[in-house]
Design a binder for this molecule. Structure first.
Ligand SMILES: Nc1ncnc2c1ncn2[C@@H]1O[C@H](COP(=O)(O)OP(=O)(O)OP(=O)(O)O)[C@@H](O)[C@H]1O
Ligand SMILES: [Mg+2]
Length: 252
């Protein structure tokens, strides 16, 4: 059955395909936070076009606005001004119900801390987005098992998430992010809590899944050696996003 999102986005996808392969387009994006009398503007006029299948790393000093940008792309927050277009549709013009579908079906999210439910098994955690969508437990757990096998945790499916190691928990979080078959994978410091060896392993996994699932992936990181492995490296600072000339990027 076609969802309203598929219908809404399907129409414009056809139109978008004839003009451009950009899956995400950001136009003049501003975000201002007010706290008391102070205003903070981490995003001060961002323009960006992202092609289907790209893997993009966003680096920049702490407080530069990387998480803020990812929240806007995931429609978890609204811009102060400017537009985010997904497949030609302005997120700002979608109804709340369609936005909820966008978040649930088009976007997979991975955070620095995995936000798993520790008393539920790995499989139940991965199945959760499908259960929320109304799938039956049997079918949700079957899909969850497949995703867990893909991240190398087939043998841990029945283990409570709280008993897994940090690296394993992040694998479960990645499996959960992909269980709905999203177009976009947005990851906010996905390796931030891991040692370099585990960080490399998680990044290798994300890169493999990015290709296998034909994802468009955007991740924020302070790990420059991983960031350099993306197709494109962008640097966010003083409210502006620019291609990072590697020689210039010393603080991430
Ligand atoms: N809800 C909010 N209310 C007020 N200020 C906020 C809010 N969210 C973020 N900020 C401010 O916006 C700026 C950007 O924050 P953000 O979390 O996006 O930075 P970041 O680049 O992700 O940093 P880090 O690398 O430490 O994760 C910071 O100055 C932060 O304090
Ligand atoms: Mg952040």
């Amino acid at each position: 059955m076609q969802t309203s999102l598929n219908v809404a986005l399907g129409d414009s996808l056809e139109r978008a395909a004839s003009t451009s392969s950009a899956i995400l387009r950001i136009e003049s994006l501003h975000k201002v936070f007010s706290s008391g009398s102070q205003e903070i503007a981490p995003l001060n006029g961002i323009d960006l076009s992202i092609e289907r299948g790209e893997m993009i790393a966003v680096v920049g000093p702490s407080g530069a606005g990387k998480s803020t940008l990812l929240h806007l792309l995931a429609a978890l927050d609204t811009p102060t001004s400017g537009e985010v277009y997904f497949a030609g549709n302005s997120l700002q013009s979608l109804s709340e119900a369609t936005l909820a579908e966008y978040r649930n079906r088009s976007v997979g999210l991975v955070w620095q801390r995995h936000h798993l439910l520790p008393d539920f098994t790995a499989a139940e955690n991965v199945a959760m987005p499908l259960l929320i969508q109304g799938k039956t437990l049997t079918s949700a757990l079957r899909d969850a098992s497949e995703r867990l096998a893909e991240v190398g945790l087939a043998d841990r499916a029945e283990q409570p998430a709280g008993q897994l190691s940090g690296g394993e928990q992040q694998r479960v979080a990645i499996a959960r992010a992909l269980v709905n078959g999203p177009d976009l994978l947005l990851a906010d410091e996905p390796t931030g809590d891991l040692d370099q060896r585990n960080a490399e392993a998680i990044f290798d996994l994300m890169q493999r899944l990015h290709r296998a699932h034909q994802l468009t992936s955007i991740f924020a990181t302070h790990n420059l050696s991983l960031a350099r492995r993306a197709d494109r490296l962008l640097h966010l600072e003083h409210g502006k996003l620019a291609p990072a000339e590697e020689a210039r990027v010393t603080r991430v």
